[in-house]
Design a protein around this ligand. Structure first.
Ligand code: URA
Length: 247
């Protein structure tokens, strides 16, 4: 098959995008850059895009450092959404956020077009731990820690036991790390509010096995194969259930 046709078919991209990638020197066949779309490849050739095997291109796994002021939603005609922060090629490949962060919450948002993985990671049965750094009004104390550990009655449901580690406790303001195994709407804010504390800032540095590290705000990056493997393990899935595209 022609290389430009193969690139187009394997990545849901147009033939002209494939040509652009080829011209930019992004495509290697058996470790040598090939710029000619008419080049013929066979099944045994190792074709790579930006160094990644083409067979890995169909499923996309990204982390985004979500800034404040941006909606976690697919597209919105009036407001900016997390999709506006991703390069266009991901939107075309139906990459969507896994779960949501409130508009004013910052931090790690996993984004993928692997629907089964997303579904499993969000299932409360899987107990995927999400970590939040919260700044709240008032002084947090050991009673709050005990209440989080016991589960808090939020009227429509009782929260699962959650970890609360107080980092600083002042009369007017405290900061704490929260570890949650579920992710209901406004859950962290509601749990603190039930204890008489209003959340004034919320940041998520980690989601399951993923951590933001030094990824700058508003930027995204593709996950490494180790991170993808860790997510699959967390979801109780084996990677070859997705056709072996990642290992
Ligand atoms: N809990 C909240 O209250 N808000 C978020 O954005 C995430 C968890």
């Amino acid at each position: 098959m022609r290389l430009d046709k193969y690139l187009a078919l394997s990545g849901e991209r147009t033939r002209s995008e494939a040509t652009r990638l080829l011209k930019a020197g992004a495509v290697e066949v058996n470790c040598a850059i090939v710029r000619d779309g008419a080049f013929h490849i066979s099944e045994t050739d190792d074709v790579r895009l930006y160094g990644q095997p083409i067979s890995d291109q169909s499923m996309q796994y990204l982390m985004l450092h979500k800034p404040a002021g941006i909606l976690t939603a697919a597209r919105d005609s009036r407001a900016s959404t997390v999709m506006d922060l991703l390069p266009e090629r991901y939107a075309r490949r139906k990459v969507l956020p896994v779960g949501r962060l409130d508009k004013d919450t910052t931090g790690l948002l996993l984004m993928t077009n692997d629907g089964e993985l997303a579904h499993r990671l969000l299932s409360p049965k899987r107990h995927v731990v999400k970590t939040y750094l919260a700044t709240v009004t008032g002084r947090l104390d050991e009673d709050d820690v005990t209440a989080f550990r016991a589960g808090i009655d939020l009227n429509d449901f009782v929260s699962m036991p959650a970890g609360l580690t107080i980092l600083a406790a002042g009369e007017d303001e405290s900061t704490a790390m929260v570890e949650l195994k579920e992710g209901k709407f406004h859950q962290v804010k509601r749990m603190f509010l039930a204890r008489g504390h209003e959340v004034t800032a919320l940041h998520r540095p980690s989601f399951g096995p993923l951590t933001l590290g030094d990824l700058p705000q508003s930027e995204s990056r593709e996950l490494t194969s180790d991170e993808i493997a860790a997510l699959y393990a967390c979801a109780g899935m084996t990677q070859n259930t997705k056709g072996g595209s990642h290992g």
